[in-house]
Design a protein around this ligand. Structure first.
Ligand code: FAD
Length: 459
């Protein structure tokens, strides 16, 4: 195998993208995917049915020429539609206008587009080829097909994009320990569906262009729109405990009673609730931390295989896409030195992966609890005012993460500093209207340096 050959394990979202980007840069890429070709066999979910695509992910897709086609299949989400227990709802916009929105995309549709793109670029994708082991010293991979037949292939350089349960990670760990640590969240998730309405002219049962949230303190439901008019609803709930948990509401009857009490308006839109509940498994959630992501110049992990996070910032795929774009740039700059590329990749990306892991955990509390809290809403309102009055010095953290390419680690740090300042400016004020906004802007500019120019880049 020549040195510019690269093997990729996993043809999910991140694997298909990195294969496309590397092939476009002149590498010969071979991808091994455990599952059957979803374009022939149908997409076998496993993780969420749809997911939120934001600027970081879009930016990486633009590099492949795929962004417009993905957006054609997506539904725009302008903000969070928050549903209170009394059945009232209100939209909290994410940004100032429709230049700052996120997009609900179908995982299966996106994967299909990306596999087509990888093959069109010249990558070879082998399906029904699950990695079962790797000899990193010999530069070989052991693969098993759907009939259990094993074979060995040469792969002196391999990239593991095989997701949170990565088999390549296990093989790397056997070669040299990676310092793996998994922190379970203790909460799981279950997907349900709001089907499209009967009227084809108005199929969406609730506001189409929003990410819906039913925050209920220790748990919540969210719903993302699908193009044909349905919504994929996800319940996030503690796994265990005396209060509502997947243990206490295990059966469909108990679950329906729980929904009737806590989410009556959502339940009314789900005629197949009991069947969905019985058919869909409870998914587990956790954060994966590794001390090392690579073994010399032989093997590197990217995407969820390196840093699976909880889904509450809608950034797991977006972060994985950023990984793919950054790795392709590094390889293009130093095509003959995989060890240097892998080391530099880990050096650049790991602090950012750690930062988004933390922000994703924090966002769970924000989504399930704070979005309905008056103090949070006051902070949000003052933050939005400061951003409007002094855009060079203030950008809410959510917007830094979602609509810019600023490193996640910067967003975390800057967000903390901004939060301290806003708390200080609000001290003694019951309402934002009583804050002297000119004085607040002066304090802001005296306290924090300007944001980097990159905060304002788009596209
Ligand atoms: P995966 O998507 O897991 O793909 C891994 C691929 O490797 C699969 O095709 C798999 O079949 C293959 N594979 C596995 N084992 C092997 C093997 N042994 N050999 C060969 N192939 C193998 N992210 C967002 O950005 N926005 C969201 O809104 C969002 N919502 C989410 C909601 C939920 C409920 C969950 C669980 C996650 C969500 N995420 C979201 C995160 C996102 O799903 C992941 O970050 C993303 O799928 C990671 O892509 P990946 O390609 O690294 O891994």
């Amino acid at each position: 195998m020549p040195r510019n050959d690269i093997a990729v394990v996993g043809a999910g979202l991140v694997g298909a993208l990195v294969a496309t980007l590397l092939t476009q840069r002149g590498f010969r890429v071979t991808v091994y995917e455990k599952r059957s070709d979803p374009r022939k066999a149908g997409f076998q979910g496993g993780r969420s049915i749809n997911l939120a695509l934001a600027e970081r992910g879009l930016h990486a897709l633009r590099a492949t020429g795929l962004a417009d086609r993905v957006l054609e299949q997506a539904v725009m989400m302008r903000g969070r539609m928050v549903h209170d227990p009394a059945g009232h709802s209100g939209l909290q916009r994410y940004g100032v206008d429709d230049s700052e929105v996120i997009w609900s995309v179908s995982r299966g549709g996106l994967n299909t587009l990306m596999l087509d793109a990888a093959e069109a670029a010249g990558a070879t994708v082998h399906f029904d080829q699950g990695l079962v082991g790797a000899d990193l010293d010999a530069g070989t991979l052991s693969l098993r097909d759907a009939h259990g037949v094993e074979r060995t292939v040469e792969a002196p350089i391999v990239i593991g994009a095989d997701g949170a349960g990565s088999a390549l990670r296990a093989a790397m760990h056997l070669h040299s320990p990676l310092g793996e640590r998994v922190e379970e969240l203790g909460h799981g998730y279950k997907e349900l569906e709001i089907p499209p309405g009967r009227d084809p002219a108005a199929p969406f049962a609730i506001e189409r262009n929003a990410l819906h949230i039913w925050p209920r303190g220790h748990y919540m439901c969210i719903a993302l729109p699908n193009r044909e008019g349905s919504f994929t609803v996800t319940l996030f709930l503690p796994n265990d405990g005396e209060h509502p948990s997947f243990r206490t509401i295990a059966g469909a009857g108990a679950a329906e009673a729980f929904f009737r009490a806590d989410f009556p308006d959502a339940l009314a839109l789900m005629p197949e609730f009991a069947a969905d509940w019985a058919a869909h498994p409870v998914g587990t959630l956790g954060t994966l931390y590794l001390d090392r992501w690579h073994v010399g110049g032989r093997a590197l992990l990217i995407g969820d295989a390196a840093h699976a996070i909880v889904p509450f910032h809608g950034q797991g795929m977006n972060c994985g896409f950023e990984d793919a774009a950054e790795l392709a740039e590094l390889f293009a700059a130093q095509p003959g030195d995989a060890a240097a590329v892998f080391a530099e990749f880990e050096h650049r990306r790991k602090p950012n992966a750690d930062a988004i892991a933390q922000m994703a955990l924090e966002n769970y509390v924000e989504m399930r609890d704070s979005v309905a809290d008056p103090h949070y809403l006051r902070k949000r309102e003052l933050g939005a005012l400061l951003a409007e009055r002094s855009p060079t010095h203030y950008l809410p953290r959510y917007r830094m993460v979602t609509f810019t390419h600023l490193p996640y680690a910067y967003a975390l740090e800057r967000g903390r500093a901004q939060d301290v300042l806003v708390e200080q400016l609000l001290r003694g004020h019951e309402a934002v209207a009583s804050v002297d906004i000119d004085a607040a802007v002066r304090t802001l500019k005296a306290t924090l340096p300007p944001l980097p120019g990159r905060a304002f880049e788009r596209g």
